[in-house]
Design a protein around this ligand. Structure first.
Ligand SMILES: NC(=O)c1ccc[n+]([C@@H]2O[C@H](COP(=O)([O-])OP(=O)(O)OC[C@H]3O[C@@H](n4cnc5c(N)ncnc54)[C@H](OP(=O)(O)O)[C@@H]3O)[C@@H](O)[C@H]2O)c1
Length: 395
C-alpha cells in the first residue's frame, strides 16, 4: 500500500478528551495503521488555507475495500462542497465498502451544503476514521453517532494533535465566540519601533515584510487603530502573496481620520471602520461619502470588535496596531499568538517608541509569560513565534 508523505508535528490540542458522544478512540495499533493516510488527508486540508472561514480546513481520503486509494478531496472555500463530497465523487462506486479518512468529524446538519454523514452513508462507506470530533455544537459527535447507528465502523483520534493545531483558529472561534488573535510587531534590537520623531519605515527588511504580507493573505482580518492609520497610511494587503486579501479593519473612537488614506480605496481589499457612539458626525459623514463601511458598537473595545468579526465569519485576525491598542488587546485576552520581528539595528533614545503600551503591571513577577514556539531567520531579521494557547484553552 502506498504511504503518503508525512506532515510535521502538531500542537497540544491532542491532550483534550473527546466528548462523551464521541466514538471509540483508535487504539495505538489502529492509529499506526491509519496515520499515513490521515497525514495525506491533513496535507489536502492545508490546500484550503486562507479560504475556508468561517469553516475549518478539511481533507479526506477514500480507500476501496482492498485499501487502495480511490478518492481525495479538500474543502476549498466556504459554500463549496466539503472534503468528503469531493473524495466520494472521485471514488464513485469504488468507495462502496471502503474507508473514508477525514481530518474532522463529518457534519450532520444542513448548512450551505447537505450533511456529509448522509453522503458517506449513501456512498456505502464501511468505515470512517477521523482525526477529531467537530467542536461546532451543531455537530459535536452527532455526525459520528449517525454513522455508527447506521452500522459504519467509526474510529477517532488519529493524528488528533495535528488536526487541532491545523484548525486552532476555527476551534478557538467556535469555543470562545471570538477569532484567534495574532499580534505582530517589528522592532529594533533595543526594543524600539520608531524614533521619537515617528520615523519607523522600515525597521525590518524585505524578507520579514514579505512574511507579513503572506500572513495577511491567510488571516481573515487585519486590525489597526486610528493612530496607525493617521501615522503610517498603511495598505494592509498581502501584495498578492496570499491566497486572498483580508478584511482591513480600523478601530477609531473619534473617527478623526484623514480624508485621503490608502485604505479608503477598496479596490485592493475591503475596509471596515469600527467606532463607538462618541464618534464625530463629521467623521461618520466623511466615511459614508467615501463609501467605506462603518460599524458602530455601543462600546469600542478589542473584545467587542472581535465578537463582531466572529459574527462575520472571521476565524483568525492579525493585530498590526500601535502600542495602546496592542496593550489593550493583550489585556483583554484577544491575542493568542505573538509574531515579533527583531531587526539587528539600534535606535536608542529614551523617548523612542516601544511595541506595547501600559499592561497595568506593578510587579515584574506578574509579567505575561509566553511560550516560545520557535525562532526563524528572515533575511537579516529574526522572527519570534510565541503562543499562550494553553492559557487560552483553560480560560
Ligand atoms: N513597529 C510596528 O510593528 C508597528 C505596528 C503598528 C504601528 N506602529 C506604530 O505605532 C504608531 C501608531 O501608534 P498609535 O498608538 O497612535 O496607534 P494605534 O494603537 O494603532 O491606535 C490607537 C488608536 O486606536 C483607536 N482605539 C479604538 N479603540 C481603542 C481602545 N479600546 N484602546 C486603544 N485605542 C483604541 C483610537 O483611535 P482614535 O484616536 O481614532 O479614536 C486610538 O487613538 C505609529 O508610529 C506606527 O508606526 C508600529
Amino acid at each position: 500500500m502506498a504511504q503518503p508523505a508525512r506532515l510535521g508535528r502538531g500542537g497540544r490540542w491532542g491532550r483534550r478528551r473527546l466528548s462523551p458522544a464521541a466514538p471509540l478512540q483508535a487504539t495505538a495499533e489502529q492509529a499506526a495503521r491509519w496515520r499515513p493516510w490521515m497525514q495525506r488527508a491533513l496535507q489536502l486540508a492545508v490546500l484550503g488555507q486562507g479560504r475556508t472561514s468561517p469553516n475549518p480546513m478539511v481533507g479526506c481520503v477514500v480507500l476501496d475495500a482492498e485499501g487502495q486509494l480511490v478518492g481525495e478531496g479538500f474543502h476549498a472555500q466556504a459554500g463549496l462542497p466539503h472534503a468528503e463530497v469531493g473524495a466520494l465523487r472521485q471514488a464513485g462506486e469504488r468507495g462502496k465498502g471502503g474507508t473514508a479518512i477525514v481530518t474532522l468529524e463529518p457534519c450532520c446538519h444542513h448548512g450551505r451544503t447537505p450533511p456529509c454523514s448522509q453522503a458517506l452513508l449513501a456512498a456505502g462507506i464501511g468505515r470512517v476514521v477521523v482525526a477529531m470530533v467537530d467542536p461546532d455544537p451543531r455537530v459535536a459527535g452527532q455526525g459520528l453517532a449517525q454513522l455508527r447507528a447506521a452500522g459504519v465502523e467509526v474510529l477517532a483520534g488519529v493524528c488528533g494533535a495535528e488536526a487541532r493545531q491545523l484548525n486552532r483558529a476555527f476551534i478557538h472561534r467556535v469555543t470562545t465566540g471570538r477569532p484567534l488573535g495574532i499580534l505582530k510587531w517589528a522592532m529594533s534590537l533595543d526594543g524600539r519601533t520608531a524614533l521619537p520623531n515617528g520615523s519607523s519605515q522600515w525597521i525590518s527588511g524585505p524578507e520579514a515584510r514579505a512574511w507579513v504580507h503572506r500572513l495577511r493573505g491567510q488571516v481573515d482580518a487585519v486590525i489597526v487603530g486610528g493612530g496607525t492609520l493617521r501615522a503610517d497610511d498603511p495598505l494592509l494587503t498581502s501584495r498578492g502573496l496570499g491566497p486572498r486579501e483580508p478584511l482591513r479593519v480600523v478601530l477609531s473612537r473619534t473617527l478623526d481620520l484623514p480624508p485621503q488614506r490608502q485604505l479608503w480605496d477598496q479596490g485592493p481589499a475591503p475596509t471596515l471602520v469600527v467606532h463607538g457612539p462618541e464618534a464625530s458626525a463629521l467623521g461618520r459623514q466623511q466615511l459614508d461619502q467615501l463609501g467605506v463601511e462603518r460599524l458602530e458598537l455601543d462600546l469600542c473595545t478589542p473584545l467587542t470588535v472581535l465578537a463582531a468579526l466572529a459574527q462575520r465569519g472571521c476565524n483568525q485576525v492579525l493585530w498590526e496596531c500601535g502600542p495602546p491598542l496592542a496593550a489593550e488587546a493583550l489585556k483583554q485576552g484577544c491575542v493568542q499568538q505573538l509574531a515579533a520581528v527583531i531587526a539587528p539595528k539600534l535606535l536608542g533614545g529614551v523617548a523612542a517608541r516601544t511595541p506595547l503600551g501600559d499592561l497595568g503591571l506593578v510587579d515584574v513577577n506578574g509579567a505575561q509569560q509566553w511560550d516560545l514556539q520557535g525562532v526563524e531567520r528572515l533575511g537579516v531579521d529574526w522572527l519570534w513565534h510565541l503562543n499562550n494557547s494553553l492559557r487560552a484553552i483553560k480560560a
